[in-house]
Design a protein around this ligand. Structure first.
Ligand code: GDP
Length: 244
C-alpha cells in the first residue's frame, strides 16, 4: 500500500487548491485534498530512491567510483524500458536521460543514493550500432565488471514482457551465474498485455529459469507503477536499507 503522508494542513480549502495547482509540489506524487483542511500526499516512493543523483559516467569499469559500499546495476537491451524504470523507481522525470545523451550510451552511469549506495545504469552494448570489435571489447569489459566489482550486490535485468529472454538477456544471465551474482528480472511494459497474458508470461519465464539459483522474476510497468514496491523491496534488500 502506498504511504499516505499529510504534508500540510490548510484551514482554507482554496489555498490548498491554489498550492496544488501552482506546481509547488513535485508532480510525481499524487496529491489529494481531503476533508476541507488537509492536503495529503500519496507517498509513492521512499525518499531513499528519490534522492538519486548523477555521480559519474565512465566508458570503462576501471574508472568507476571507488569500489566501496553497495551498488545495484541495471541492464537491458535497448528499448527494454530501462530508463523509464530507473526514472520511475527514483521518482525522477529525467534521471536516466543522462545515460542516453550522445557519447554516453556505451558508458556505465553511476547514480549516488548516499555515501555508501549507488545505482548503476549499464549499457545495452550488445545491440548498439557499433563495430563488432567494439562490442567484443565491451563484452569483456562488462563481464569483468560483473565478476570483479566487490560492491555490486545484484543485477536488475529488464526485458520487455512481450519479448523476454533474448540473446542479450541469456548472455547477462550466464555472466551473472558465473560470478554468483543475484539477478532480479523485471518484465517491463506489463501494461501492454492483458492481465492473464502477462501472468502467463511471468509463469513461463519463471519455469524456464526454475533451475537457476539466485534469479527472481516479476512483472513491472513504469507507466502504471505495477510492481514498483516489489522491485524496491529487492533494492532495499540488496542495498541493505533498514526494513521498515
Ligand atoms: P531503454 O532504451 O531501455 O532505456 O527504454 P526506454 O525507457 O527509453 O523505453 C523505450 C520505450 O518504451 C519508450 O517509448 C517508452 O515510453 C516505452 N515504455 C517504457 N516503459 C513502459 C511501460 O511501462 N509501459 C509502456 N506502455 N511503455 C513503456
Amino acid at each position: 500500500m502506498p504511504k499516505i503522508q499529510i504534508i500540510e494542513r490548510y484551514y482554507i480549502r482554496n489555498l490548498a487548491r491554489q498550492r496544488l495547482n501552482s506546481g509547488y509540489y513535485t508532480p510525481e506524487h499524487t496529491y489529494h485534498i481531503t476533508g476541507i483542511k488537509q492536503l495529503t500526499k500519496i507517498h509513492n516512493n521512499p525518499a531513499r530512491y528519490n534522492i538519486a543523483q548523477f555521480e559519474k559516467s565512465v566508458p570503462k569499469p576501471e574508472q568507476a567510483p571507488d569500489d566501496i559500499g553497495r551498488e545495484v546495476a541495471f541492464a537491458g537491451r535497448s528499448n527494454a524500458g530501462k530508463s523509464s524504470a530507473l526514472n520511475r523507481l527514483t521518482c525522477q522525470k529525467s534521471l536516466a536521460r543522462i545515460s542516453k545523451t550522445p557519447g554516453r550510451t556505451q558508458h556505465l552511469v553511476f547514480f549516488r543514493l548516499d555515501d555508501e549506495r549507488r545505482l548503476v545504469d549499464l549499457p545495452g552494448y550488445g545491440f548498439a550500432k557499433v563495430p563488432d570489435k567494439v562490442k567484443r571489447e565491451w563484452a569483456l569489459s562488462l563481464e569483468k565488471y560483473l565478476q570483479e566489482r566487490q560492491s555490486l550486490q545484484g543485477l536488475i535485468l529488464l526485458m520487455d514482457v512481450r519479448h523476454p529472454l533474448t540473446d542479450f538477456d541469456q548472455k547477462m544471465l550466464e555472466w551473472c551465474l558465473h560470478s554468483n551474482m543475484p539477478v532480479h528480472i523485471l518484465l517491463t511494459k506489463a501494461d501492454k498485455l492483458k492481465r492473464g497474458a502477462a501472468q502467463n508470461t511471468l509463469l513461463k519465464v519463471k519455469r524456464e529459469l526454475a533451475e537457476l539459483a539466485n534469479v527472481s522474476v516479476q512483472l513491472f510497468s513504469s507507466l502504471k507503477g505495477t510492481g514498483l514496491e516489489e522491485a524496491q523491496s529487492v533494492l532495499d534488500q540488496w542495498l541493505d536499507f533498514p526494513v521498515k
